[in-house]
Design a protein around this ligand. Sequence first.
Ligand SMILES: [Zn+2]
Length: 329
Amino acid sequence: MNGGGLVISLDFELKWGVHDVFRYGRYNKNLYGVRKALPKILALFEQYHIHATWATVGLLFAESKAEMAHYLRGIPVKYEDMRYAAYTQLAKVGENEQEDLLHFGRSLVEEIKRTPYQEIASHTFSHFYCLEKGQTKADFCADLYATKTITDGYIAPMKSITFPRNQVNKDYFQACLEAGYICYRGPTNHALYNTSKGRWLGAKKWLDSYFNLTGHHLVTFKDMQMAPLIDIRSSAFLRPYCSPLRVFEGLKIKRIKEGMLEAAKAQAFYHIWWHPHNFGKHIDKNLAILEELLRYFQELRSHYSFESYSMYEVAKLCLHPERGISNDF
Ligand SMILES: [Zn+2]
């Protein structure tokens, strides 16, 4: 019998995930900080035997600007708002990772690959927005194809996908399935999390990270039975350390610990996610929070049969509970 567990996923994207939001280098400190934070996150995962999913933007597998341009030519997506299109950023991209630490990430992918029990998954190739006006299913399929081609032979075929800005378009699920994916991370199961629009909703989501407004959002196999892709939905976003509001940090940690405890007792899953760049500032503070959560997880693991899982491992258990986990990545 499966006893549930902690699921962790990270959306690894560097500048490709934020170029339309932060201009004039306003977020660069966080992005440069990923170079320091990511290896330390991996070290903690190794120390605490954590299995995690790294949903990686396909462009981060590229080794040169020419390679990026080659793949992006195959995805000529015409968003109504062209700020979203990755290829509009090419002029700002350096020749390779030595020159440009914000748009390239192959050496970091290598570190993830070297760490045991880490799943490398997709966050689309070009940080593709599946619900924005102007993009089409053909564009999305071209984006899927680019990821498949650039990763072919380098890593195991990808099985899990997380959608940029959590824009889940069910019309694209069949294409994902045909490309080999079996699961995705759906948004937290509450009306508050079904849309990313609106300042008031944003404030409520923020409050929900500190005070239990919407429940613990445990994930059970029953929730996951959604053909054709399995929804390993999110329970909580791990917000970065916030210096002006540091008095609330304890509440945030407590809220997540309570969710983990409820999941352990109910033999359910608790799925937390964030971006490595969220840890790019106040790195030590954020790592200390992560370690506190992992230490608590360790306690739960010894008191309940509460384990650590990647998204793909949960999907495999959902499909074939009798087989358990096989380590095939
Ligand atoms: Zn993203």
